[in-house]
Design a protein around this ligand. Structure first.
Ligand code: HSE
Length: 428
C-alpha cells in the first residue's frame, strides 16, 4: 500500500531544530502537495524540554528519552541536530540499524566516523543526508553529488567557516586586532560553543574532509588534513597583504596536482581582485573547478537557523523521493590517489620577521633562505626602531624547505619572536 504519511523524529530542539519545526509547520501544505503525502513530526527529543522556543508544539511530542525515537517503528526519518561525537554517533548508528533514514548537520562526526556511518547506511539500506554539514543553506553536497556528476573535479577553494571570515573581515574593514574581532564574533553568536574549533581551523577541516571525499571519490579523513588557524594573523599582516594586492582568507584547499591530492586548511593570501576576496562577514563561498564546467562559485549563508533548516528539509525531501544515497558514497570505487605530504607542497610565501633594525640582518636571513633554495621576490621594511617587521614575498618554494629555513632563522639572535608565514595562492 502506498504510504500517505511519513513520520519524523527530531533530536535537538535548539536554534536549528526549532527552525526545522517552524518550516515543517508553515510549509506543511506545500510539502504535501509536492510529495503527495503528509510529513508528521512525531517526536522531538532534547535534554531541555521546558524552555520556551519561538515555535509552538504539542507538549505530548516532547521527550528527553532517545529511545522514544529509536524504538518507535513508525518513525521513518530521524534528524540529528545535537552535534558532537556522543551520543550523536550511537544515536545515528542505532537509527540506521533500525532501518531509519538519517539527516544530520554533524560535520565533526562525519569527518571522524564517515566510514563507520556509511558502512552502516549501506548494510541496513538506510539513507543518510548531510547537506547541512557544509555551507549551511548552500546546496553544495547535492551539486557535487548530482549536478557535477559528469565532471572530474580538480580543485576546491572554500571559505567554509563564517566565524573566521567574519573575524578577518572585521580586522580588514574596521582595523581591529584579532582578539577584539573574536569577541565581537562571539557576541554576535557566530562562533561554535567551543570557538577553538573555528579559529584553529578545525571546523574548516571537518567540512573540507566531507567536500574533498565527495569530490575526489575517496575518503579523506580530517586527520589527513594539514590544519592551521587564524590566531597568529595580525592587523599588520592584513595591511601589508593589501599593499601587496592580496586579501587574507582562511581557506580549505583541495586540489589534484600531478596525480596527488593536496588538502590543507590555513590562512591564505589571495589576489584582491579574485571573487573570493569579496566574500565578507559570515558568508561562505566555495570555488570549484570541474573539467567540463570550468570554475564555479557557490555563495551564501554558511550557518544560521533558516539557511541550515533549508538544507535539512532538502535532505528530508530527497530521502522521501528516493533520490538520496544508501551508503553508496562509502563504496565509490574510484582510483585511490596518494595524499601529498605537507612538506612536499609547493607555494609562494609571505613571511613576517620581527628583527633587530641593524645592518646585516637582511643578509643573514636571505643567506639562510638561499641555502634552502628559497628565492625572494620582494622585501618591505617600513618601520624604524629597535625591533621592526621585515616582510618578504618569496617565489615558489617547498613547504619542508620553508619550515626548516624559518627554524634556522628564528634562532638568529637578531630575530626576536617567532616568524609568521602565510601561503599565497595566485588562483589563476
Ligand atoms: N561555526 C560555524 C561557522 C558554523 O562559523 O561557519 C557553521 O558550521
Amino acid at each position: 500500500m502506498k504510504k500517505t504519511q511519513i513520520h519524523i523524529g527530531l533530536l535537538g530542539f535548539g536554534t536549528v531544530g526549532s527552525g526545522v519545526v517552524k518550516i515543517l509547520q508553515e510549509k506543511a501544505e506545500l510539502f504535501e502537495e509536492q510529495l503527495g503525502l503528509k510529513l508528521i513530526l512525531k517526536k522531538i527529543v532534547d535534554k531541555d524540554i521546558t524552555t520556551k522556543r519561538d515555535v509552538e508544539v504539542n507538549p505530548s511530542i516532547l521527550s528527553t528519552n532517545l529511545e522514544d525515537i529509536l524504538k518507535d517503528p513508525e518513525i521513518d526519518i530521524v534528524i540529528e541536530l545535537i552535534g558532537g561525537y556522543e551520543p550523536a554517533r550511537t544515536f545515528i548508528l542505532t537509527a540506521l540499524q533500525e532501518g531509519k533514514n538519517v539527516v544530520t548537520a554533524n560535520k565533526a562526526l562525519l569527518a571522524k566516523y564517515w566510514e563507520e556511518i556509511f558502512l552502516a547506511s549501506n548494510k541496513y539500506s538506510a539513507s543518510i543526508g548531510f547537506e547541512a554539514s557544509v555551507g549551511g543553506g548552500i546546496p553544495l553536497i547535492l551539486s557535487i553529488r548530482q549536478g557535477l556528476i559528469a565532471n572530474k573535479i580538480t580543485s576546491i577553494f572554500g571559505i567554509i567557516n563564517g566565524t573566521c571570515n567574519y573575524i578577518l573581515d572585521k580586522m580588514a574593514q574596521e582595523d581591529k586586532e584579532f582578539n577584539q574581532a573574536l569577541k565581537e564574533a562571539k557576541n554576535a553568536g557566530y562562533a561554535e560553543t567551543d570557538p577553538t574549533l573555528d579559529i584553529e581551523g578545525k571546523d574548516t577541516s571537518h567540512k573540507l574532509a566531507i567536500l574533498t571525499s565527495l569530490a575526489f571519490g575517496q575518503w579523506i579523513g580530517d586527520e589527513n588534513i594539514y590544519t592551521e588557524g587564524i590566531t597568529r594573523i595580525t592587523k599588520k599582516d592584513i595591511l601589508y597583504a593589501r599593499e601587496l594586492g592580496y586579501a587574507i582568507k582562511l581557506l580549505g584547499i583541495a586540489k589534484i596536482v600531478q596525480d596527488k591530492i593536496e588538502v590543507r586548511t590555513h590562512p591564505t593570501m589571495i589576489p584582491e581582485k579574485h571573487l573570493l576576496s569579496d566574500v565578507n562577514g559570515v558568508y561562505n563561498a566555495i570555488y570549484i573547478e570541474g573539467d567540463l564546467t570550468g570554475p564555479l562559485l557557490f555563495y551564501g549563508q554558511g550557518a544560521g537557523k533558516l539557511p541550515t533548516s533549508s538544507a535539512i528539509i532538502s535532505d528530508l525531501i530527497n530521502i522521501i523521493r528516493g533520490s538520496n544515497n544508501k551508503g553508496d558514497i562509502y563504496s565509490i570505487p574510484n582510483h585511490k590517489l596518494e595524499i601529498k605530504a605537507m612538506e612536499e607542497v609547493k607555494s609562494k610565501y609571505y613571511i613576517r620577521f620581527s628583527a633587530l633594525d641593524r645592518p646585516g640582518v637582511l643578509a643573514a636571513i636571505s643567506g639562510i633562505l638561499g641555502e634552502y633554495r628559497i628565492s625572494i621576490a620582494s622585501v618591505i621594511q617600513k618601520e624604524r626602531g629597535d625591533v621592526v617587521s621585515v616582510i618578504m614575498l618569496t617565489h615558489e618554494a617547498k613547504e619542508g624547505d620553508m619550515k626548516n629555513a624559518i627554524k634556522r632563522i628564528d634562532k638568529l639572535n637578531t630575530i626576536k619572536g617567532k616568524s609568521l608565514i602565510i601561503r599565497v595562492e595566485e588562483m589563476e
